[in-house]
Design a protein around this ligand. Structure first.
Ligand SMILES: NC(=O)c1ccc[n+]([C@@H]2O[C@H](COP(=O)([O-])OP(=O)(O)OC[C@H]3O[C@@H](n4cnc5c(N)ncnc54)[C@H](OP(=O)(O)O)[C@@H]3O)[C@@H](O)[C@H]2O)c1
Length: 186
């Protein structure tokens, strides 16, 4: 059974983007990026909301830029090798290979995918991930807590849902970012 994993880079007060939609404070440095690459390497399928997909689609052509550092080339290969499912009522066509567009989030289809996939599955951003969490489909969380308070914006976790967590691991980076790895217990 594949795991469904939600990963997000969040401010200390729990937002992935501030009230203006700005998230430049979340850009991972080389140390954090190297760690993220190793977490993402086993992922076979990314389930995306349209907003997160539009940001991540950058990686479809990232190899065309000259003189990319190794950590960026590594992530480019990881992302391009995985399948993607974009959820959107507005996106006409995906701009990347190995990508299909779904018009709705279907918990039963995700349940089936978990049962049949040989590799783990990732879900993001938080609007889509919140639906997967609320449906009881998410097994683990990876939160990268960035030392900044932004005062409002897009929350990293959904409202109106309550669940228990077991802390599986934590890691402190030189930048002050802290990685928290949780299993959802109930
Ligand atoms: N902190 C970071 O590291 C980081 C990284 C990248 C991006 N961000 C930012 O974080 C924010 C994430 O926002 P978000 O949580 O709204 O993003 P999201 O979950 O990726 O995307 C939301 C969009 O997904 C589609 N969607 C969601 N549920 C759906 C459903 N049940 N059926 C069909 N379509 C569905 C809708 O697209 P349609 O409107 O097309 O229907 C919806 O507007 C963005 O501002 C993004 O730029 C942060």
């Amino acid at each position: 059974m594949a795991k469904l994993i939600y990963s997000g880079i969040t401010s200390l007060d729990g937002y992935v983007a501030d009230a203006d939609g700005n998230f430049d404070w979340s850009a991972p440095d080389a140390e954090v990026h190297t760690f993220i690459n190793d977490l993402e390497r086993p992922i076979g399928t990314y389930l995306y909301g349209r907003r997160m997909y539009e940001v991540m689609a950058y990686w479809e052509t990232a190899h065309l830029a000259a003189d990319q550092p190794e950590v960026i080339r590594d992530f480019t290969g990881i992302w391009q090798a995985a399948d993607k499912v974009v959820h959107s009522t507005t996106l006409e066509k995906a701009s990347s290979a190995r990508t299909r567009v779904e018009r709705r989030f279907d918990p039963e289809a995700v349940r089936q995918l978990k049962a049949t996939s040989g590799r783990d599955i990732s879900v993001g951003g938080p609007h889509l991930a919140g639906q997967a969490i609320t449906a009881g489909l998410v097994d683990e969380l990876h939160l990268f807590v960035t030392p900044v308070v932004v005062g409002g914006g897009t929350p990293s976790l959904p409202d109106n849902v309550r669940f228990g967590l077991e802390l599986l691991d934590e890691h402190r980076f030189g930048s002050g970012v802290v990685h928290l790895h949780y299993r959802i217990t109930s």
